[in-house]
Design a binder for this molecule. Structure first.
Ligand code: ADP
Length: 208
């Protein structure tokens, strides 16, 4: 007989003797939770999860930091990957963008987050560090279009890597690095939007 069988009343049951017998006299109908055929394995070796959070981060905002913090709760190791040469006019050098992220991570006391810079394909970089997932953040519908397309391309290039999209917190909905720089250039208040290191770095770039 098959080790596992589908019972329309009970769902998937595993015929493995004693363990399953607790469901045997149960007359409450189908289970919302099927008996797992690999119950034993589920409690064995925990696979270590690593994800990469790539972006240009020019500079890191509290919106980025929020996404990294939440992703860091899901995985064992998160690598914030600062894209060295994006198709964008950058305000901060790669070294500055990396350093500002490191300050942000120290400030948030994130112990399982590392920061590196990379060039070339994000999927190749993710593979090279052994990551199983790429994290991206979603704000508005406009982000969704771009991120959706990007995620499909990641999947095409590296089907073994999943893209995890994390929805922004409401207070970061309108926060972007470019808007931030515009506010800084015009001498606006950046309180609550960036870390103190980023605020000073922006003041130095835009002395007004
Ligand atoms: P890109 O990687 O496209 O150059 P960024 O470096 O600004 O863009 O952002 C990196 C990632 O963080 C992207 O997935 C972006 O959608 C996301 N992100 C940016 N700002 C926020 C925010 N305020 N809340 C949530 N996610 C954000």
């Amino acid at each position: 007989m098959d080790a596992n069988r589908w019972d329309p009343r009970r769902g998937l049951t595993a015929s493995r003797g004693k363990r399953d017998s607790m469901y045997e006299g149960d007359d409450l109908g189908p289970k919302a939770y099927p008996v797992r055929a690999n119950d034993g394995e589920a409690t064995s070796a925990h696979k270590r999860l690593m994800a990469v959070y790539p972006g240009s981060f020019d500079p890191v905002t509290r919106g980025h930091l929020d996404i990294a913090t939440r992703a860091a709760h899901l995985v064992d190791t998160l690598i914030v990957a600062v894209y060295a040469v994006p198709h964008k006019t950058l305000t901060f050098t790669t070294a500055e963008r990396v350093e500002l992220w490191r300050d942000a991570i120290r400030e948030a006391s994130l112990t399982n987050v590392e920061v590196e810079s990379y060039e070339g394909l994000t999927t190749e970089y993710a593979r090279s560090v052994g990551a199983q997932a790429i994290v991206r953040g979603l704000r508005a519908v406009s982000d969704f279009e771009v991120e959706f397309q990007q995620a499909l391309m990641y999947r095409n290039l590296a089907p073994e890597i999943e893209t995890l999209m994390i929805v922004t917190s409401l207070n970061h909905l309108f926060l972007s690095s470019s808007l931030l720089k515009e506010v800084a250039r015009l001498g606006g208040d950046l309180n609550g939007l960036v870390t103190s290191s980023v605020a000073s770095a922006l003041r130095a770039k835009f002395p007004g």
